[in-house]
Design a protein around this ligand. Sequence first.
Ligand code: SIN
Length: 195
Amino acid sequence: MKPQDILSGKNSLWIFGYGSLVWKPDFKYKRSKIGYITGYKRRFWHGDNFHRGDDEMLGRVVTLIEDDDVCTWGVAFEVIGAQMEECLKYLNVREAVRGGYVTKVVEFFPRGQEESPVLALVYIATPDNPIYLGPATAEEIAAQIIVCKGKSGHNIEYLLRLAEFMRTTCPDVEDTHLFSIEAAAVALLPMLLGP
Ligand code: SIN
């Protein structure tokens, strides 16, 4: 399904966040649900020259990489009526223009067995984006994150807040990629701060 089809004739739209949106949506919404999407893994493989880095030192932020065997947890926000246009305008600037993300439609599964899945819009950065960085070790990613900052703040804030969200909101979900980068960044911090 194309992103524009999810909107046609609808008075409600779900947006799935798996990065900074989980702790800083910054748009009006009716309600939110914790849950997951399948077929994608979350990776710190996208570069950022606006929010958490700049052209000289690209920050590292998350994107989704196709992988049949895994799911990615996050938050889906339901926007209704006039909120829809307002939110899409805002996210177009924040995620597409400044972040280099494109939109896709995914099936979102809310936590809790009684809840039915819904279609949701998600922002993804693909490898053909000029500031896509791709894989690196947890230590390499952490070393990059601890020194970068952009107009929305320090890159490490982005990492720590996402890790905190997963630890407190989805305590049973394993996220080795995220938590190994967090551990590597915390281990490197004393070096940055000096004696
Ligand atoms: C984003 O939503 O991708 C960027 C916002 C932020 O880093 O705070």
